[in-house]
Write a protein that binds this ligand. Structure first.
Ligand SMILES: Cc1ncc(COP(=O)(O)O)c(C=O)c1O
Length: 460
């Protein structure tokens, strides 16, 4: 029962506490977070309002300060509130949320002569559409909005090259759509989710948007570090999100040995493995998925953005049957299906020998560009990890100094901070070398110099 009135927070604290108490159905951190969420939804608290101090809430609602503080952190992670030292904890604008890691990684004001900040494939290496378009004679009309959402011929071609045995797949609007659907259908507020460190920023934003607790596990040269993963699994983990191949940003590909070991750790747990294979459609196809060992615990996503073009907006997804059913049901209430016109275009691209050869040549060219840059960088004394993909993760002394120096030379790169989840791991920049057609020697020299920028004369 709320007994006191504090009026120092702009909103009437007594009113707020009473409103929260009315909505509190469970005296736990999650229960309190839900109650605050409902108080905001019902308009008692609005954007910019300060939450009462933790000690006040704890005393008035007969909860421990630890419970209240956990609730506040759940709310912060879901983007509902922001905690800012002196200003306390304020309610965020739900309709205009602040830019997440995704925007911080990619948004910049300047136009660069050489923009290697984007993480996109080289348009010149994508297969041409002219031949495939001939397969589209007319826009087919579905008999019903409830027709099967996946073109059966496309499903058959995809299943031939799937990394483990599955009966069916979903085709969705790109990997991010797949990850969004998996997240929304599988995860609950407060769930612990393991992600790679460093991590592709939109994945962190996505997980935080549903109030998941992100648990970073570092990568080494073979994939997720086993000891850190084992430690993370000491408490229940709802999902492990990983990129099995050409990890963005590091270029690390999980080795079969590491994949097997991760599968052993996860076997029999309730943990879902979510594999974001954004390079899976690029040869050499050494399909690797934990689904080989954990088919009932794996959701595997293969994007066609890097191989066939981001604007095709298509990815395929396999998942345990109950999850796939939930995803289909959820989609029926939204976009329904991914355009069958685009599905037919992808089918034509995957079936036409010339288009297949173009994608093979592109994969070889990305390999060549990466190797040339990495070798040139090593000649300038900068060693990087990873083996595959269009991005290189370069350690730098001072991230801001490196980004600014390269920008002043007309080269755009992505700062490492939005990818980074474990502090104290040093600065990095992500360079999309898949876009570097020529001038690699000069670029490597510029990047190496930028990597050293900030060194004091004595440190040198
Ligand atoms: C690791 C990773 N996941 C997902 C995506 C987004 O893929 P899509 O275009 O299929 O949504 C990207 C794009 O760069 C990526 O690198």
């Amino acid at each position: 029962m709320v007994t006191q009135c504090f009026n120092c927070y702009g909103t009437n604290v007594k009113t707020v506490l009473s409103a929260i108490e009315e909505r509190l159905d469970e005296p736990s951190a999650r229960g309190l977070a839900r109650a605050v969420g409902a108080t905001i939804r019902d308009g008692v608290l609005s954007s910019g309002d300060r939450l009462p101090p933790i000690r006040t809430v704890a005393a008035e609602l007969a909860l421990s300060p630890t419970t209240v503080s956990s609730a506040w952190s759940l709310l912060a992670r879901s983007g509902t509130v922001r905690t800012d030292g002196r200003r306390g904890t304020t309610v965020l604008d739900q309709l205009h949320p602040p830019a997440g890691r995704y925007h911080r990684a990619l948004e910049h004001q300047t136009r660069f002569a050489t923009d290697l900040s984007t993480g996109v494939p080289d348009a010149a290496l994508l297969p041409g559409l002219a031949r495939a378009q001939r397969a589209l004679s007319a826009a087919a009309t579905p008999g019903s909005y409830l027709d099967p959402p996946v073109l059966p011929e496309l499903a058959a071609v995809l299943l031939e090259h799937w990394p483990y045995a599955v009966d069916e797949l979903a085709v969705v609007d790109g990997a991010m759509d797949a990850l969004d659907l998996v997240t929304r259908c599988h995860l609950r507020f407060g769930d612990r989710v393991v992600v790679e460190h460093p991590c592709f920023p939109p994945i962190v934003d996505l997980l935080e948007s549903v109030g998941a607790q992100v648990v970073p596990v570092p990568l080494d040269a073979e994939g997720l570090e086993l000891t850190a993963l084992e430690a993370a699994l000491a408490s229940p983990v709802a999902a492990v999100f990983l990129q099995p191949r050409a990890q963005n940003p590091t270029g690390v590909t999980t080795t079969p040995r590491r994949a097997r070991a991760i599968a052993r750790l996860l076997e029999g747990t309730g943990t879902l493995v979510v594999e974001d294979d954004s390079s899976g459609a690029l040869p050499p196809a050494t399909p690797l998925s934990l689904g080989r060992w954990l088919p009932g615990q794996t959701a595997y996503v293969r994007s066609f953005s890097k191989s066939h073009g981001p604007d095709l907006r298509l990815a395929a997804l396999s998942a345990p049957p109950a999850l796939l059913t939930a995803i289909r049901a959820r989609r029926e209430l939204g976009q329904g299906w991914s355009s069958r016109l685009l599905q037919r275009l992808l089918l034509a691209l995957l079936s036409d020998p010339e288009s297949v050869a173009q994608v093979e040549r592109a994969a070889q060219e990305y390999g060549r560009r990466r190797a040339a840059f990495v070798e040139a960088l090593a000649r300038h004394g900068v060693e990087v990890g990873g083996t595959e993909g269009i991005n290189v993760w370069v350690p730098v002394l001072d991230e801001t100094a490196a980004v600014v120096r390269l920008a002043s030379e007309g080269v755009g790169v992505a700062p490492g901070a939005p990818f980074s989840l474990i502090p104290g791991d040093g600065g990095h920049i992500r360079v999309t070398v898949g876009l570097v057609r020529d001038g690699v020697e000069e670029l490597a020299e510029q990047v190496a110099a930028a990597a050293r920028t900030g060194w004091s004369p004595r440190a040198r």
